[in-house]
Design a protein around this ligand. Sequence first.
Ligand code: AMP
Ligand code: GLY
Length: 428
Amino acid sequence: MGLKILIVGSGGREHALVWKIAQSPLVEKIFAAPGNPGIAGSAELVPVPVDETSRIVDFAVKQRVDLTVVGPEAPLAAGITDDLTRRGLLVCGPSKAAAQLEGSKVFTKNILAKYGIPTAEFRVFDSFDDAEQYVLTHRLPVVIKADGLAAGKGVSVAGTYEEAVAFLRDVMEKRVFGPAGERVVVEECLTGEEASYIVFSDGEKFVPLPSSQDHKRIGDGDTGPNTGGMGAYSPAPVLTPEIERKVQREIFEPLLAGMRSEGAPFRGILYGGLMIERGAAKVLEFNVRFGDPEAQPLFMRLASDLVPLLMQCAQGKLTDAVMEIDPRPTVCIVMSSAGYPGPYRKGDPILGIDEAEGLGGVQVFHAGTAIRDGKLVTSGGRVLGVTAVDDDIRKAIARGYRAVEKIRWEGAYYRTDIGKRALQRDEV
Ligand code: AMP
Ligand code: GLY
């Protein structure tokens, strides 16, 4: 009998997970809660939202699923792993205690400091007055972070004192992110180039995926407000093999050992958001899950079966087997609704996905899509992740954009410079 696997989430990352897992000969059935129309092609959708964790757990128990894989951070921070484990089920995702690495910036900064892991200098405040006083003496730009989860909006890199104090007031006094703003981290602004480094961990060992790079701002040239991510590519040449070894030795090894000493071993997917400058890497943040959109280009390069890796993580015993990776680079271009990351249009019919995939070497992952009157329409900010593979990064980018040009809906938006940094690096 093959495995029954439950995927929690509904974004492009979860579509990529399901796409990859569906290729495994070990798998008999995939469920997705709640999933999306792209996922529906390979999985049975379970109409339960990700924040209703007790209903998800009940479903997993009733169906006797062999493995649950949690896409987004909120159910992990809420303790879905502990609940599933208590009911005797396997889950790939950290415990509530270990998920604090994403759920609390204060927790993470204190762990980094305690175990001597490189990160920006920082101070923690729980009073607005003290924080304001400190911020006004800090060099600009200054970085302010709400302690808790804030759907990716809890960080300000402030260029002026007015901006810094206004953000501090929003977070700590107006509580725009609720209890996430009870405490803040104020830290120095790091410069350099960002990269994402994502590993599978069983609490002791880790097996890394290749490097990748996200594009967080809405506009070309990294301008405008932050988003969930407008595109990603892999590998990220900024993470040279030498820096990668340092990242493993100076960041991931001591962190995993530290989490064990804290009594919160990290089992699951650990994502390091790194800033790289002059051969050194510092931690910007950790996420306790796959990146979105980084998962899309990463899974397209992963030649090995993903399922044994996810199972071994969940069981707490990763083997030393090396992952097989397609050497060819991949690029994911996110197409979003007009207005995103602000209020955006919804309900516009989407055309051209089949033509895009017909180019070959292209997978179109769904995120904010829905079916209305039998037609595929937009229903979220980030709508599709158009992902392409080719022999070199320049060709992968060109293939990705050729695919994007085949897809249309009213007000479709995308950045035109995804992967450009890798190209510039190639040319030097
Ligand atoms: P975080 O959620 O902590 O990763 O912050 C989101 C984004 O803010 C990061 O991806 C960076 O682009 C930026 N950021 C966070 N911390 C810093 C820092 N200390 N210096 C510069 N940029 C930062
Ligand atoms: N792409 C950034 C994230 O998943 O948080």
